[in-house]
Design a protein around this ligand. Structure first.
Ligand SMILES: Nc1nc2c(c(=O)[nH]1)N[C@H]1C(S)=C(S)[C@@H](COP(=O)(O)O)O[C@H]1N2
Ligand SMILES: [Mo]
Length: 519
């Protein structure tokens, strides 16, 4: 199929697709950022992701899952564009219908996104029209290559050109189209970056001091073993997991939170209300339910915010309510047990992370932070709505997709040094890592070499039961291949379960085992 004119027709299809996307990107600078075709289609794809696929994507690509999605989409669009180009060349009406169908799909993907206005369909509509015109112009040139078969009768009437010259003209036209598309796309990027000043506003935002500062961090929280994760995770190194292909950009002065549902009084909070409130600061370790045993989807930061129990005190939940459904501006939602938000732990509407406003990717201007629960049921970023409701009445984003409706964090110990499959010299080997059981705390970490006895590791200082705790262990390593296993005991005396479980539906469990070769 892809020989001679077909290959050129496929090329025309790809150039036309580039025009659709780049024109939409350029115009998109004047509309909601999440409404460009690629972002909207990718987001829709993510929303239809079943739990096994999300789990697979994170296990395979980790926090590069979005790059992998874009690569997959790019490939799919490329193939579709090739096919449509060939079809348009052979039967124009059919090809044009295909392009219009794609345009309709894109528009449907755009307008069904949360927080997107119907007007946001304009860039996709104009892009599709421009793509169709370009496809027609390029395909017409191909028809004029009379040496090729399949040239429609209406074009055959025109004066024949010399094939070599026409082919050159065609390739030139395609090249110019592609270059123009590239310039338009880049221009669109630069333009939307210039038009958005949320990042600058964040830079110049000054946070108030907390009325209740975080408890002092003991000097010995860091593991004695070199190479173990820093106890406090800087914002730029903090793992990022969310369904947002394009980070929502919310102006702090436009942010508003609505607290409603089973409450005696509906409450509305502005960002200024938060700045004026009695804020607290606390160290809390966040963990993702998708974190595999030994994985690194966890981070520890100092959060500044308004305790959610204060917000709920003002709204006064009515009898029968047992859940708070928090929703982000882009339609993600999490179901958090009401009781957890009232039991005295440092659950908060956070505006600060490690002494700075929240980074855009971590929820600027406001997110939820709840010690002890996986992020998917508690840590809503870019939060704009809290509905007090009942588990029996509402299901959160990931619960609708097969994950659990509740997600207390499971006790977990991780070996970070040495790395799996490391080769180390015989003798004393420093072993170390991190363990967590938020709200219960870690009281013991044990290491087992091959089938030997479990030996206690040295625990670093504990900052609070809501933060992770590091450990170190001196290993007298003998030559050969060895397995190192680790397990933690939490503050209730419970030993981390050996039973292996996948992340789906409520978090991975099991003991991490690391193979090390000693020379
Ligand atoms: N708006 C929004 N908030 C979200 C998510 C999301 O997809 N969208 N993902 C949640 C999940 S699954 C986790 S683990 C945490 C991760 O927070 P982080 O990216 O700041 O580490 O955010 C939570 N909050
Ligand atoms: Mo997560």
């Amino acid at each position: 199929m892809f020989r001679g004119p077909a290959a050129l027709a496929a090329l025309a299809g790809v150039a036309a697709a580039a025009v659709v996307l780049s024109v939409a990107e350029l115009l998109g600078a004047f509309f909601t950022a999440r409404a460009t075709p690629l972002i909207a289609l990718g987001s829709t794809f993510i929303d239809f992701t079943p739990p096994w696929l999300k789990d697979f994507a994170i296990a395979t690509f980790g926090t590069n899952d979005k790059a992998a999605l874009f690569a997959g989409m790019g490939l799919t669009i490329f193939v579709l564009a090739c096919v449509l180009g060939v079809v348009a060349y052979r039967r124009w009406a059919l090809g044009a219908a295909g392009v219009l169908l794609m345009g309709a799909l894109i528009v449907a993907g755009v307008v069904t996104r949360a927080g997107v206005r119907p007007l946001d369909a304009v860039p996709s509509l104009v892009g599709t029209a421009a793509g169709l015109v370009v496809l027609r112009l390029l395909v017409s040139r191909l028809w004029r290559l009379r040496a090729f078969p399949a040239s429609p009768a209406d074009v055959a009437a025109k004066a024949p050109e010399r094939p070599a010259a026409s082919r050159r003209a065609f390739v030139a036209a395609t090249g110019i189209t592609a270059a123009a598309a590239g310039i338009a796309a880049t221009g669109g990027r630069l333009l939307s970056a210039a038009r958005s000043n949320v990042a600058q506003a964040r830079e110049s935002l000054r946070l108030p001091a907390p009325v209740l500062p975080a408890a002092a961090v003991p000097a010995g929280v860091q593991s004695a073993t070199p190479g173990v994760t820093p106890w406090l995770t800087p914002g730029r190194d903090f793992y990022r997991i969310d369904t947002a292909l394009s980070v929502p950009e919310i102006k702090a002065e436009e942010w508003e939170l609505r607290v409603h549902g089973l409450v005696e009084e509906e409450v509305r909070l502005t960002f200024q209300d938060l700045l004026d409130a009695d804020l607290v600061e606390s160290h809390v370790t966040l963990t993702c339910v998708s974190n595999p045993v030994g994985g690194n989807l966890a981070g520890n930061a100092r959060w500044l915010g308004l305790p959610l129990r204060e917000v709920l005190k003002r709204a006064r939940p009515t009898a029968g309510a047992d859940m708070v459904l928090s929703t982000s501006i882009d339609g993600f939602s999490a179901s958090t047990p009401l009781e957890v938000l009232q039991d005295g732990r440092d659950a908060m509407l956070a505006i600060g992370m490690n002494g700075e406003p929240l980074p855009l990717e971590h929820g600027y201007p406001v997110r939820m932070v709840v010690p002890g629960l996986y992020g998917f049921v508690s840590a809503t970023k870019w939060v704009v709505d809290l509905e007090v409701t009942r588990f029996a009445d509402s299901k959160a984003y990931w619960t609708q997709r097969g994950w659990s409706e509740r997600g207390p964090i499971k006790t977990m110990a991780r070996v970070e040094v040495p790395k799996s499959f490391a080769v180390v010299p015989a003798g004393r080997v420093a072993v170390g890592g991190t363990a967590w059981a938020q709200t219960r705390g870690i009281t013991k970490v044990e290491v087992q070499i091959d089938d030997g006895d479990w030996a206690e590791a040295a625990l670093s200082d504990e900052a609070s039961v809501d933060t992770w705790r590091q450990w170190s262990f001196d290993w007298d390593a003998k030559p050969g291949s060895h397995y190192l296993k680790v397990r933690a005991t939490d503050g209730t005396g419970e030993v981390q379960t050996e039973k292996r479980a996948d992340p789906v539906p409520d978090g991975a469990s099991g003991w991490q085992s690391v193979m090390v070769t000693v020379e």
